[in-house]
Design a binder for this molecule. Sequence first.
Ligand code: NDP
Length: 507
Amino acid sequence: MTLTKKPEARPARASWGLASRGAPWEYAPAPEATDHIRIEPEYGLFIGNRFTPSKPRRTFTVINPATEEPLAKVAHASKADVNRAVTTAREAHRSSWSKLSGRDRAKYLYRIARILQERSREFAVVESLNSGKPIKESRDVDVPLAAAHFFYYAGWADKLDYAFPNRQPRSLGVAAQIIPWNFPLLMLAWKIAPALAAGNTVVLKPASTTPLTAYLFADVVKQADLPPGVVNIITGPGEIGMELVRHPDVRKVAFTGSTAVGKMIARAVAGSDKKVTLELGGKAANIVFDDAPLDQAIEGIINGIYFNQGEVCCAGSRLFVQESVHEALIDKLKARLGTLRVGDPLDKNTDVGAINSAGQLAKVQELVQSGIDEGAEIFQPDCELPDRGFFFRPTLFTGVSQSHRIAQEEIFGPVLSVLTFRTPEEAIEKANNTPYGLSAGVWTEKGSRIFKMIAGMKAGVVWANTFNRFDPTSPFGGYKESGHGREGGLHGLGAYLDVSGNDTQAR
Ligand code: NDP
């Protein structure tokens, strides 16, 4: 698909250092080695600590979005396989995992966390190969945070009674967990770590485009010597996810993905006593006041929307700038955009990697075209894109109005829509004018203004003078169409426990 209006373009390459003296230079390529990783030609379903083919035996191919080359074949689970996985998980819950002391469960979780750290390079490379994200992000963010989640929840496993005073927390049983393709390993950790700490067993379905780190994690499960059936991983299309959600022996459903599928899941579990957490889409407002340190804000804006190619549910995709600093900020932003390096995810210099799939790229292109058609002004740096793979230039729209699709819909790509405001009240009203309510950012020197903005905005997370900061101790989740329930922190642990019984009842 081609854009029908030529964007305003600026030179895209790094132009600092020698460039300031008139001699632009390039970084030499710094590709991460791949000779230390092993991707199997085919992966079966991981059930009861064994890789087994689906029944009937069917597979589908997983590709590298940066090259469009195949990486591996993975099993296409059937309804019977879903049943096999859930039954195995239920039996493991009954016979082993729920009987272990919290202290013993913690030992396994600590073991997993340490193995993730030991094998971090391997995980980072496979994650970047399969998802398209830059290696510096998978290496410095995804993998360390995944390990941190296991460390954090390991700490809670033997303290459940203290975590919920005067309650008698009980595990729920089998948790069905469905995760997306934007943070495959990290979302796995967000789901599996609290579930196991609370004493549940799990059946996890990764996204069809990004199952490889989940299957690498299956190897960690074996290495950590977890009892068979505690962690089960199955692959297959969305319908298989729905089979899992509907399975009568599932006691908890945890989903991260699109709002459309989240609503289908909510309908599917309505009327049952399954616990549900839904982490859905977002359209975060990142708000810059005229007293903010602009250079610092620029870095926060860049991180907010171009991190992980903008494929982030809490991405700061709507930038609200106070009118008096709009021009100065946009000039700085355009210059900074020109320094972003788009290309090979395995190159350690790359800032923006590949979009995860052809389908997602088409969605980004379609929404960008709608922005042009509706009259917003597009800016893209004039950087070269690789000949193959699903790449998209970092994009900035100015002159955006509230009614434009690019101001309302989740794009899930490296596309920023800029709007303006005059007063804090106007910023709050505009920020809340979206069906979503996942996250927001505020940039100002005034502490009192930060509190006013936080109180006024319907967003599950508000970052002040920073953006996209994650910590396992901190709950994360949304309002409105961004879903309900929280993951992370104590709230995330409670989502995997039945705390309805109190300690006066028999144990
Ligand atoms: P989906 O919501 O379709 O996919 C997320 C997960 O749900 C995947 O594992 C997917 O499996 C599974 N799934 C799909 N359909 C069903 C179903 N009917 N029942 C149960 N599980 C299902 O997201 P997409 O990949 O289609 O992305 C579409 C848009 O959603 C993106 O453009 C973005 O806007 C948003 N999105 C938001 C995310 C977030 O973190 N909030 C994450 C991903 C996407 P499979 O991969 O096999 O289809």
